[in-house]
Design a protein around this ligand. Structure first.
Ligand code: OMP
Length: 268
């Protein structure tokens, strides 16, 4: 099963929430700190509590790199226990000159064996190509991000009146010859999403920004439902993984995911 098939299977089951394993050592419940590898143990319990109804898992590499060599071990161990049928996203927003991008791609796909990644398109097509040549993987490329600074460049208006992020979406469509491209679109930009959704119908859309960043899941789902598209994946990290505290935090985590899944179901 390639990455696209993995994702499609879950989306076709009505599962659209990607659990973000952005594990911050300082936020791990105290009773796990005695374990040999608290980050891995926290992730293991989150995965157990969510694997039936998560659409995917996104691991932002920053949270693991921050812990040095130990963090890298936690990352590898976590990837080993994610069920093979669930899409994994390596979020490192890569993109560099071609030969460097080839190394980044090999690290994410050959070594870590992620199913997909996030990419920053600022350096243009040759910085994306080494990734896109991994035809069986999925590549989520930043268009309009969820942070306030998205105004600085992504919202610049080009000579033809288009926003820069709209031009990026056009480019991503032209780079999608192997049907292995996706777009990253901040969930807290519903008006812009409404304008762009029809231009992304051949692309999987990864939407971070619900939960801690305040985006409305309901609004997002309604926009895709109106468009008749189910190619969307909403990433939620902090609001799910830190939903509980204390010894039985897992039950709060699984309840939170069910709550979000219900919002999706009610608005599709
Ligand atoms: P929470 O705000 O805790 O749900 O985490 C959001 C996750 O999505 C983090 O890993 C961010 O790095 C990532 N993200 C954004 O928040 N905004 C974006 O525009 C793009 C991403 C991303 O590429 O995943």
């Amino acid at each position: 099963m390639n990455s696209k098939e993995k994702l499609e299977r879950r989306l076709n089951l009505g599962l659209h929430i990607c659990v973000g394993l952005d594990t911050d050592f300082n936020k791990i419940p105290k009773h796990l700190l005695e374990c040999e590898d608290p980050i891995f143990e926290f992730n293991r319990r989150i995965i157990e509590a969510t694997k039936v109804s998560a659409a995917a898992y996104k691991l932002n590499l920053a949270f693991y790199e921050k812990e040095g060599a130990k963090g890298f071990t936690s990352l590898l161990k976590t990837l080993e226990i994610i069920p093979a049928e669930i899409l994994t996203i390596g979020d490192a927003k890569r993109g560099d000159i071609g030969n460097t991008s080839a190394m980044y791609a090999a690290a994410l796909f050959d070594h870590l064996n992620f199913d997909s990644c996030t990419l920053n398109p600022y350096m243009g097509v040759d910085s994306m190509q080494p990734f896109l040549l991994y035809k069986d993987k999925l590549h989520f490329i930043l268009a309009l991000t969820s942070n306030p600074g998205s105004q600085d460049f992504e919202k610049l208006i080009l000579k033809d009146g288009k926003f820069l992020y709209e031009e990026v979406i056009e480019k991503i469509n032209s780079w999608n010859q192997f049907q292995n491209c996706g777009v990253v679109f901040g969930a807290n930009n519903p008006n812009e999403l409404e304008r762009s959704v029809s231009k992304m119908k051949d692309l999987f859309v990864l939407l971070p920004g619900v939960g801690a960043q305040g985006g409305s899941l309901e609004e997002i789902v309604k926009i895709f439902a109106k468009e008749g598209s189910n190619k969307f994946l909403v990433n939620i990290s902090r609001a799910i993984i830190y939903a509980g505290s204390g010894e039985s935090f897992e039950s709060a985590v699984s309840a939170k995911l069910s709550e979000y899944n219900l919002v999706v179901e009610n608005n599709l």
